[in-house]
Design a protein around this ligand. Structure first.
Ligand code: ADP
Ligand code: 5RP
Length: 515
């Protein structure tokens, strides 16, 4: 480079903590992903419906992947770091040490995962209050949100956890605290999972009514009384200790974070679609629905004015795209359901052997097997007499009923590979029908959606994508960059660095090339 003529390249790091793994990416100043790394994280299920993780294990995985993606890069060129994560609950004591969220008193397991359904009695009591904050979570609070989990801790682990607790973090906020030492929370997590209002702040009457008046008494210091918009720069940036852990330089900008689905939404919803003949090209961004499909699926639709959709979370102001209201529909398990159905089938060992012999994933093998057995018919016809109801872990939207269970009708005595492939297809179709059900509820309430923007692990499955297009009757757009959630996380880091004016100026990073 000739001195002074060309500015040195600037890089941003995005870290995405999903349910099963942590991913990191190095992104350049045009939003192009240059390096990617992932690392599995531990999960415990000590009893049915109890799902736990370890914040130390998660942080260690963040460090491994971050070090990998910056290898060979001049660290002085890394300008910002952004985190997104699942909305699991992290519990620390007053000295920021992990506290056990289990009867076994294993303090390593200090995270109640988002999909944990232990707090059923607590959420039922919260919903019986009919408090006005519930209007902003779709009318019914989900057992996956934080208030019922906090109440469960108070009622079940009073001495070993609740009385000792100094800090309750949403996982994305835990990560930004760990990186900077700043305990400020992101508006995204507090609005979406904790009943905070961007306009009115905390509602004392809600916490008093549900029996968590403790938070009001100490001015919400344990759950957050300093709130920043996603992408805001935190404190003095990366601390020397965190910099050592992550293999970065101290002082680089660290952003207030986002929940993972929201980072994915940010990574795709503003994508430049010019020249692809898509109906949404001439329409406002509110005609787009971002669907983030991983262990679960999240359906993110934005609007200029608040829209109240029964059974669909929100409306949340400025929780994803600043200045817009967000409605978030969801299916609690989608990728996890497909894995469960396929791995639990009698023909799974045979599938594994055959897929391995062809150097394919089991899903790529199943997709080509379906192509073979459908003969001249469209693939959808293979399931005319086999149907799946996909609510094996309750229904998040639009029925908002955690008691619902799954169902399969049309089973036969045979359990060969054809049966497995067709059951897999029926499961994918059921999930896509669930998306249609959510879109219908959103449209009945006032949304006008024309195009789906998919991202997340399941968007790498062509059958999953095709079924969503066929069953919703809408075009499905995929970004050129498959790791769109990481693009969203890197957008946060880029925004915090001050190199870009705002998150909005960056959300066209999710440019489009694949359909
Ligand atoms: N190439 C692929 N083909 C089919 N399914 C995939 C592929 N990659 C990931 N998946 C599925 O996506 C799901 C995980 O998605 P991911 O976004 O990694 O999840 P999370 O963010 O919840 O950790 C799993 O159910 C997995 O089977
Ligand atoms: O509730 C959420 C988003 O609002 C969870 O974080 C999400 O459903 C879990 O995400 P993933 O399936 O990608 O791991």
């Amino acid at each position: 480079m000739s001195g002074g003529e060309q500015k040195p390249e600037r890089y941003y790091v995005g870290v995405d903590v999903g349910t099963g793994s942590v991913r990191a990416a190095l992104v350049d100043q045009s939003g192009v992903l240059l390096a990617f790394a992932d690392q599995p994280i531990k999960k415990w299920e000590p009893q049915f419906n109890h799902h736990e993780q370890s914040s130390e294990d998660i942080w260690a995985a963040c460090c491994v992947v971050t070090k990998k993606v910056v290898q060979g890069i001049d660290l002085n060129q890394i300008r910002g770091l952004g985190f997104d994560a699942t909305c699991s609950l992290v519990v620390l004591d007053k000295q920021f040490r992990p506290l056990p969220v289990n009867h076994e008193e294993d303090s390593h397991r200090n995270v109640i995962m988002w999909l944990d359904h232990r707090a059923v009695s607590q959420v039922n009591r919260i919903n019986e209050t009919k408090h006005s904050v519930l209007q902003y979570v779709g009318g019914v609070m989900s057992v996956e949100m934080q208030a019922p989990k906090l109440l469960w801790l108070k009622e079940n682990l009073r001495e070993t956890c609740w009385d000792k607790a100094g800090h309750f973090f949403d996982l994305p906020d835990f990560l930004s605290w760990k990186a900077t030492g700043v305990t400020a929370r992101s508006l995204c997590s507090l609005v979406c999972k904790w009943t905070y209002s961007a306009e009115r702040g905390w509602d004392d009457s809600f916490w008093k009514m549900i029996g968590l008046e403790d938070f009001v008494a100490d001015n919400y210091s344990k759950i957050g009384n300093q709130v920043l918009p996603p992408g805001a720069s935190l404190g003095n940036g990366l601390t020397p200790e965190a910099a050592r852990d992550l293999g970065l330089l101290p002082g680089i900008a660290v952003a207030a974070s986002l929940i993972d689905a929201h980072a994915g939404g940010l990574g795709v919803i503003g994508a430049d679609v010019k020249g692809h003949g898509l109906v949404c090209e001439g329409q406002p961004v509110t005609s787009r629905l971002a669907v983030i499909c991983g262990t679960s699926s999240c359906h993110m639709g934005i609007s200029k004015d608040p829209i109240f959709v029964p059974g669909v979370w929100g409306p949340y102001f400025s929780a994803m795209v600043p200045g817009f209201w967000l409605n978030e529909g969801g299916q609690s398990i989608t990728g996890k359901l497909i894995d469960h159905m396929v791995e639990g089938h009698a023909a799974f060992p045979e599938l594994q052997v055959k897929a391995t012999a062809r150097c394919q994933s089991v899903y790529a093998y199943l997709n080509s097997h379906l192509d073979l057995i459908k003969k001249a018919q469209p693939v959808g016809f293979l399931t005319v007499d086999l149907h799946v109801w996909p609510d094996f872990h309750g229904n998040r939207s639009p029925l908002a009923d955690l008691t619902l269970k799954g169902m399969v009708t049309g089973l036969k005595l045979s359990q060969d590979l054809d049966d497995l492939a067709i059951l897999y297809l029926a499961t994918v179709q059921a999930i896509a029908l669930g998306t249609r059900f959510i879109i219908e509820a959103m449209e009945a309430a006032g949304h006008s959606i024309s195009t789906l923007f998919l991202c997340g692990g399941l968007s790498k499955n062509p059958l999953f994508v095709q079924m969503h297009a066929d069953i919703t009757g809408m075009p499905v757009v995929l970004s050129q960059e498959v790791e769109s959630v990481l693009v969203g996380a890197a957008i946060l880091g880029a925004c915090a660095s001050g190199d870009f004016a705002s998150v909005q100026t960056l959300h066209t990073w999710g440019f489009v090339e694949r359909f």
